[in-house]
Design a protein around this ligand. Structure first.
Ligand code: GRF
Length: 205
């Protein structure tokens, strides 16, 4: 247990990716464990996954802070208190301050429901369908100050089918997310992936 990478997960809502990470970490030989879950939304359903798994969680309501920097400082305090070594954002709907990103550079990753660099931001599946592309998917990337723009660690593709609605496409992409995020976490925890000079470096082990 002690040799496992200590992970903090940031959420704002449903938490299905948090659940995928918790489930992966529950495997005996998985090289990481979730030590804290932080939500900026008190009613986030995903907090129940932390409760069920007996993982400590904190609510840090962004609206109670005078600035982005002050909110990030409170999040940073909780992460440090839990000795977090890697932060996984999972449906976390806040943009970090530059200071937070600089401090945690190479130690914060995010999952986004498109094949980045295409379709950044929100309402991704609507945009994908409107664009008429035939392939979508999800991306795990290191977090940089600019939204959804950090170095890409891995992507997983899914088809966009005729007649897809944003909901049906979202459900297909989400299934891919639940496989991709734990597999990237495993690679990082095993020291097979890191950020170096702004680039993703992968080693064979
Ligand atoms: C996922 O689609 C993720 O890619 C995006 O927000 C959604 C969060 O879903 N960043 P959940 O809260 O993990 O269920």
């Amino acid at each position: 247990m002690s040799g496992k990478l200590k992970v903090g997960v940031l959420i704002s809502g449903r938490g299905s990716n948090l659940k995928a990470l918790i489930d992966a970490c529950a495997q005996t030989d998985f090289p990481a464990r979730v030590v804290i879950v932080i939500s900026n939304v008190a009613s986030a359903a995903g907090l129940n996954y932390a409760k069920q798994a007996g993982i400590p969680f904190k609510i840090v309501p962004h609206q109670e802070f005078p600035s982005r920097e002050a909110f990030d400082a409170a999040v940073d305090t909780e992460l440090q208190r839990a000795s977090v070594e890697l932060v996984c954002e999972a449906g976390f709907m806040r943009i970090h301050s530059d200071g937070f990103v600089r401090k945690w550079l190479g130690k914060v990753i995010n999952i986004h429901p498109s094949l980045l660099p295409a379709f950044k931001g929100t309402h991704v599946h609507e945009k994908v369908i409107a664009a008429g592309v035939k392939v979508s998917g999800c991306t795990v990337h290191y977090v940089m100050p600019e939204l959804d723009s950090g170095p890409i660690i891995a992507r997983s593709e899914v088809p966009v089918l005729e007649g897809d609605t944003p909901e049906s496409l979202a459900a297909r992409v989400l299934q891919a997310e639940h496989k991709l995020y734990p597999s990237v976490l495993k690679e990082i925890a095993e020291g097979r992936v890191r950020l170096e000079g702004g680039r993703v470096v992968k080693n064979a082990v």
